[in-house]
Design a protein around this ligand. Structure first.
Ligand code: HEC
Length: 187
């Protein structure tokens, strides 16, 4: 590259930098004033999107269910993909694998691997059944959660799951993760 070319490039890069800087300043000014477009979103409009449940159970909705009811829902809506009693096939195994996490051939299931019971509820409500996510009622999700936790030996067969009881369930691998971010309560 000739000296003149380098000079031109340097000038061009400088110009781009100045433009970006000016645009940034304009963006900041526009942000302050607001573009005057759109309307403020109403709480009832974003409520369907605001379905995250925290590890401590915050966000769990009203409703309840037990393993016997969950078994019926499971047979109708989950069995085809997750197998008899959650043992797997053709899709993920949901039950078992306890005590295998230190092995080379780990068996990771919601029972052996997942640290929080509230995530089981959150995940099923949000994502399953695979072909019809968010089609289950909260009672069905509580019942399925109870069924899968009881198959994993984490709760008793007759324990009813609701916002209060599910938040108290202790998962076997609850201490198996190192949080990378500050936790609620640390701040
Ligand atoms: C059409 C097949 C299909 C059906 C029906 C289905 N699932 Fe799934 N399920 C999947 C697939 C595929 C995955 C893996 C998704 C991924 O990893 O992104 C999965 C993952 C899961 C997981 C997470 C497993 C893990 O360890 O990561 C849970 C829990 C689960 N399903 C529960 C259910 C429940 C409960 C039902 C019934 C309401 C159900 N699924 C119905 C296909 C299905």
């Amino acid at each position: 590259m000739s000296t003149r070319d380098s000079f031109r490039r340097a000038v061009a890069a400088g110009a781009v930098g100045i433009c970006a800087c000016l645009l940034g300043a304009r963006g900041a000014a526009a942000q302050q004033a607001g573009p005057g477009l759109g309307v403020e979103i109403a709480p009832e409009d974003y409520a369907p999107w605001d379905i995250s449940i925290q590890p401590d159970g915050e966000g769990l909705p009203p409703g309840s269910g037990d393993a016997a009811t969950g078994a019926q829902v499971y047979a109708a809506k989950c069995l085809a993909c997750h197998g008899e009693e959650g043992a797997g096939g053709p899709n993920d195994r949901l039950v078992g694998g306890h005590g295998t996490l230190a092995d080379l051939n780990q068996v990771r299931t919601i029972g052996s691997f997942w640290p929080q019971a509230s995530t089981v509820f959150d995940y099923i409500r949000r994502a399953m059944p695979f072909q019809a996510p968010q089609s289950l009622s909260n009672d069905e999700v509580y019942a399925l959660t109870a069924y899968l936790l009881s198959l994993n030996g984490i709760i008793d067969e007759d324990e009813v799951m609701n916002a209060e009881t599910l938040a108290k369930v202790q998962m076997p691998n609850r201490d198996g993760f190192v949080p990378a971010w500050p936790q609620r309560g640390d701040r």
